[in-house]
Ligand binder design. Structure first.
Ligand code: FES
Length: 503
């Protein structure tokens, strides 16, 4: 089962479950870096705030990230230059730099113990096949006065042909930061609730959010949930992916400080080090794939482990985890007010979410306080640029259409039930329906409809994470059907296992 190093070593939080009816200025759904930084800034500006987290603070994507903060982007600055223009790429770099600086200020101001440190960021090629990518990125970074240089040698165990080094980027333990900040902000003016999943938002003059045991009425709502909860057009312009990470304790040797991105590798696309309890860990990340569209998910962990052992003297693999991200059609995240008045969201961060999460909080803070924000227009959530999004949009739409074809059921296959091993799940045809069937470790079979409660795509069993994953917009569900993440509000509909014997 996956376990991230960040959530394991960061102090736990113990915020209450919402069991009352509250009235606030700003309700925030999601207690990750976007939600908690937003709560901090909104409360500081005098707003009354409530944060509703479905599980535990930093228990979602923030706690399953790499803990890297940087001005550069996964999509590459030079790509943004060519897709948009130089000014846009410059604004991206500047806005992200401002977000990294804010994290540093908050860490210092509140003395948050999260191992924050400034480190260089590197992007390297292993062979001259990808040298051109490095050269283009060096040129792009130089345009924005980032402290950048070309490097021919890196102290890494894999070959390095050419590299770009950008100074003054940062690393931290994201869960220690988010939980530390949450402790600072929690007060009578800013309440934080855990284990309080929002299952409905009533949109009247004010907005009322319902959780199983309480309600929050607010003037404005921030959906800090990655893909926004509910149905929004933006979900056709962001595409869900998963990626895998592993933290290996080193027997010997060390790994240099820094953020290392490889242009060529599938299974060490990103590497960094972390020191915990006097032990040196190396973190390796890779194995990118579309959500809910694989036959075998465990193979990603297997390949990652093989790769980490190939390059390092590993004592033990102590932590492994995977996380979801959403790639935007036009290369930029969507941050701002949705089509529903007073409901705001921040999504499409690609793999650059920690920095974009903080940036989103900064933008919301200015918007809610009627201040100009120089980046609000660039990232605004209601934009849709057909030309800039066209290629990715068509690809994404075709992919979703393909997933809907899976809704057509075949013949019933009763034998398939008995073939499901303990701890595993399978989608099984049941007459005209598709069922998500899970056999728990004690042998009890749990049957749910396999239709995602967001927009009815058929979910897929993820054997690595033990979850039902929706290939259309990335909703994920527990083996027994409860929502883990994504735009779906409701659990998978229950089905009666006994009914299959009555037909
Ligand atoms: S997440 Fe949209 S249909 Fe499942």
């Amino acid at each position: 089962m996956s376990r991230s190093i960040w959530n394991s070593v960061a102090p736990k939080t113990n915020f209450p479950t919402l069991k009352e009816s509250l009235v606030v200025d700003v309700a925030i759904v999601g207690g990750g870096i976007t939600g908690i930084t937003s709560a901090y800034l909104q409360a500081k500006s005098g707003k009354k705030v409530a944060v509703l987290e479905a599980g535990e603070v930093s228990g979602g994507t923030s706690g399953y990230s790499t803990g890297n903060l940087y001005s550069m982007i996964d999509k590459r600055l030079h790509h943004i230059q060519s897709k948009w223009d130089k000014e846009t790429a410059g604004a991206v770099a500047r806005s992200r730099t401002a977000a990294v600086n804010l994290v540093e200020e908050l860490v210092k101001e509140h003395n948050i113990d999260c191992d924050f440190k400034r480190v260089p960021w590197y992007l390297f090629s292993e062979s001259n096949k990808k040298d051109e990518t490095i050269e283009k990125e060096i040129a792009a970074a130089k345009d924005y006065m980032l402290q950048v240089e070309e490097v021919d040698y890196l102290p890494l165990p894999m070959p390095v042909s050419k590299a770009i080094k950008v100074e003054n980027q940062a690393q931290f333990n994201p869960s220690a930061f988010v939980r530390g900040l949450a402790q600072k902000v929690d007060s009578t003016n800013c309440r934080i609730f855990e284990n309080s999943p929002v299952y409905h938002i009533e949109k009247e003059e004010e907005l009322t959010l319902s959780t199983p045991q309480g309600t929050v009425t607010a003037k404005k709502v921030i959906l800090a949930t990655h893909s926004p909860k509910g149905i929004y057009a933006v979900q056709t312009a962001i595409y869900p992916y998963r990626e895998y990470a592993m933290a290996a304790k080193l027997k010997s040797g060390d790994f240099p400080d820094g953020i290392f991105w490889d242009t060529e590798a599938d299974f060490h696309t990103s590497m960094r080090t972390y020191r915990s309890n006097g032990e040196n860990y190396v973190l390796m990340l890779g194995g990118h794939h579309k959500v809910g569209q694989e036959d075998d998910y465990s193979r990603f962990y297997d390949k990652l482990e093989k790769n980490i052992r190939k390059y390092f003297d590993v004592s033990s693999i102590d932590y492994k985890w995977s996380a979801q991200h959403y790639k935007p059609a036009d290369g930029l995240p969507y941050i701002g007010e949705s089509i529903d008045e007073n409901i705001y969201f921040a999504t499409g961060f690609s793999t650059d979410g920690l920095t974009y999460g903080v940036l989103s909080a900064m933008i919301f803070n200015d918007l809610f306080n009627n201040r100009e924000n120089e980046w609000a227009e660039l990232y605004k959530a209601k934009r849709f640029k057909p030309v800039k999004s066209a290629k990715e949009y068509i690809k994404g739409s075709l992919n979703v259409a393909k997933q809907y074809l899976k809704n057509i059921s075949g013949t019933a296959d009763d034998e398939a039930y008995s073939e499901i091993p303990a701890g595993e799940g399978k989608v099984i045809d049941h007459g005209t329906e598709k069922w998500a069937v899970y056999r728990d470790q004690s042998g009890v079979v749990h049957c749910r409809s396999a239709l995602c409660t967001h927009l009815q795509c058929v979910v897929d069993w993820n054997d690595a994470e033990k979850s039902w994953d929706c290939p259309c917009h990335g909703s994920r569900f527990e083996p027994t059907g409860e929502v883990i993440e994504g735009p779906a509000f409701s659990p998978l509909a229950p089905k009666d296992p006994a009914s299959r014997n009555k037909e």
